[in-house]
Every structure is written in structure tokens, then in C-alpha cells.
Write a protein that binds this ligand. Structure first.
Ligand SMILES: [Zn+2]
Length: 293
């Protein structure tokens, strides 16, 4: 029997307001608890256009039909249009996710800013952005957040050190094979990393004959680690690809897959020490934090 933890990232206002309620309905229908990471503050998606000079960005935008996935307005937030606040636009959606027992955590205050500028941020810069998200988390739910998922799978010494100082239960900033205690640039950190083990939809859809119909089967074939983690996006699996995601859930249930949250994985799994290195993944632009081989 395979274990699978579903990690949901919410990056944009549209993903939050339209995709998240649909994903919550789907999870409820199938009796699944997931780990859900919220971008709380401004939706500056339009500024991601800076990445246009990064290798692979345009091909990914075209392959994933970015304008229809994200909505035209989203592509101008923070540039031609003002950046709207995400969770503050409708706190009840976050409140509902928390009340329904999902493992909720911080993805970002400002997703685009953190993904693009993390390497130049000090520990204090990082903590002050995290602190804004954490304050809103606590104000709405009455609980302090204890887990974090880095935007765009980016880490730095400052982000890892801040997680340690904040005494988080776990972080999910990396791509890899198994839960581990991270070492980065020869320093060891005490917050376990629960890596995403499977490729995301936007990395493989449209490649080598992977279609909406075949993707669920491809994912099932990749449930081959002891602790499998799949990251889905409120903007994709919560909107135009909800049916594809549900097809995968149905197949996984039929195969007897056991669903659990990343928090449960962090509690149950053995964690050997492992190095975080920067590297590239097929279908993804730029470099990400990888659990080294
Ligand atoms: Zn994200």
C-alpha cells in the first residue's frame, strides 16, 4: 500500500477565491485531509514577467496556457493593475480550510517577491515577511502556523535559519525522495524537510504525450517512494484541471493508496540527514532546491 500526501499551493488571488473552495469541496467529497499553503498578502503575479529572460520560462508559459490558467488580469497584478490582497479579500476561505481540519501553513506573504529575491534577503527580511503572513494566519484561525512551503522551491541560509528560530514542525521547500534533516552549505538545520517527490502537473503536461487523460495514470505510476508527496496548485488543479485531479484521486483510492498530511509524514517518517543543492528539473524554468542524490 502506498502513502500519499497532497500539498496544495495557493499563489494568486484567483487561485484562492475560485480554486481553493473547489479543492476543499473535492477533498471533503473524498474524505481526504491535505496540507494547504497560503499566499496571504499582495498578488504581484504581473511582476513574474521579470522571469521572461530565464531559460524555459516562455516555453512553460505556452505549454501550460498561462493566460487561460491564471486569467488575464492576474498577469498584470502588481504592474499595470494594483496588487490585490489575497486572504484579506475573503478570510472565510482560509478559515474554512482550517476548520475542516486541513494541515494549513504559510506559503508566502508576497509569493513573487519571495521566489525571485530570496537569495538577497537577510534572515530579518525573511522573518518580517513570514511574520506578516503568520500574524494574519493567527488572527483568522486563532492558531500560530507551524509549517512553511517555499515559493518556487527556493531556499537560502537565511530562510532555513529563520525556520529553525521559529521552531517550525516541518518545511517543504525541496524536491526529492524522502523526508530528511537538511544540511545546506555545510550547515545543519533542525527543521525537517518533507520534499515533493512527484512532478507537478505544469512540469509534465504536454510533454512526451502526457495529456489530461494520461496524466492521472502517469502519476499513479510514480507512487513508488515510501512517502510520496504531490504538489498541486489552486490555480490549475482547482480550476480548469479539477477533473484531471479528481480522476487521479479516484484511481489512487481504487488502488488503496493511503492519504495523509505532510504533518503526519513529518511525525511518522524516519529522517536521515541530507544535503540541499541547487539544480534543474525537467519542465521547470530556473533552478530549485533539490535533496542531493
Ligand atoms: Zn507557489
Amino acid at each position: 500500500m502506498s502513502n500519499l500526501a497532497i500539498k496544495i499551493d495557493i499563489d494568486t488571488l484567483r487561485g484562492y477565491k475560485e480554486g481553493t473552495p473547489r479543492l476543499l469541496n473535492l477533498l471533503k467529497k473524498h474524505g481526504i485531509s491535505a496540507s494547504i499553503f497560503f499566499s496571504f498578502g499582495p498578488d504581484n503575479s504581473g511582476k513574474a514577467i521579470r522571469r521572461i529572460f530565464r531559460k524555459g520560462f516562455i516555453s512553460k508559459m505556452l505549454r501550460t496556457k498561462a493566460p487561460s490558467t491564471y486569467g488575464w488580469k492576474t498577469l498584470f497584478y502588481g504592474t499595470l493593475l494594483p496588487a490585490p490582497m489575497i486572504v484579506a479579500s475573503d478570510p472565510d476561505i482560509f478559515k474554512r480550510a482550517h476548520a475542516e481540519g486541513h494541515d494549513c501553513g504559510v506559503h508566502a506573504w508576497d509569493h513573487v517577491l519571495t521566489q525571485d529575491k530570496l537569495q538577497t534577503m537577510s534572515e530579518n527580511d525573511f522573518e518580517s515577511l513570514y511574520g506578516k503572513a503568520a500574524a494574519m494566519f493567527e488572527k483568522i484561525s486563532g492558531c500560530r502556523p507551524t509549517c512553511y512551503a517555499a515559493p518556487g522551491w527556493q531556499v537560502s541560509e537565511a530562510s532555513l535559519a529563520a525556520q529553525e528560530r521559529l521552531k517550525l514542525k516541518y518545511a517543504t521547500d525541496t524536491r526529492g525522495r524522502s523526508p530528511f534533516m537538511p544540511k545546506y552549505k555545510s550547515r545543519s538545520f533542525s527543521v525537517p524537510q518533507i520534499p515533493t517527490t512527484m512532478p507537478t502537473m505544469d512540469e509534465i503536461l504536454g510533454l512526451e504525450g502526457v495529456t489530461d487523460e494520461s496524466l492521472p495514470v502517469v502519476w499513479i505510476g510514480l507512487l513508488n517512494n515510501e512517502w510520496n508527496v504531490l504538489t498541486v496548485h489552486a490555480e490549475m488543479e482547482g480550476l480548469s484541471k479539477l477533473g484531471v485531479f479528481e480522476d487521479f484521486i479516484l484511481r489512487a483510492k481504487a488502488d488503496g493508496v493511503r492519504f495523509l498530511t505532510l504533518r503526519e509524514v513529518a511525525e511518522k517518517a524516519e529522517k536521515a540527514s541530507g544535503e540541499i543543492v541547487a539544480g534543474c528539473l525537467p519542465g521547470r524554468a530556473g533552478s530549485v532546491a533539490l535533496q542531493s542524490a
